[in-house]
Write a protein that binds this ligand. Sequence first.
Ligand code: ZN
Length: 192
Amino acid sequence: KGRCFRMSYTLLVNKSHPLTSSYVPPCLAEAHIPFDTSAHDEKTLMEKTAAKAAAKLFHQAASDNITLMGVSGYRSYKRQESLYRNALARSSSAVAPPGTSEHQTGLALDISCASLNFELEEAFAYTKEGKWLKTNAPLYGFILRYPRRKEHITQYPWEPWHIRFVGKTLSLYLSLTGLTLEEYHQMLSNPR
Ligand code: ZN
């Protein structure tokens, strides 16, 4: 049994900051939340601390009569590569190139709900589940990673279903300031 090392929850992964093909998060664990997939799928894994935070988030949602459904957590470089190849074959640009998806960190989670048939759509933002998530995710250490009108900064389209664990201090700071993870890292490298 290997020891679990703590990883950096503020890690920036995007098209300009890709992960290597060999990157695997140090501590993957089953996320104990409902998933719209068969059991023992790689998608149901998350980084250990992020998985615990997701379970707390889903538990609070259930107490508020909000039923969230996990769609996709961890995604290996290999699986991202195969999804990307399939998308290219369909001439679709909706899938991130391998190494540039933060699902490879185990810190990201896609969420949907029954009224959307568990699809990942912008319409999620207008559902009661999507609204609840936007308000409550930061209280559990997650940010909505790809906001609307920040597409030029994140280089990703608006994805109201994609949350990313960054730890509670940073999630609260980013949600209060409206800054993206890219802008936070920019601030760190250019302190005033
Ligand atoms: Zn996602």
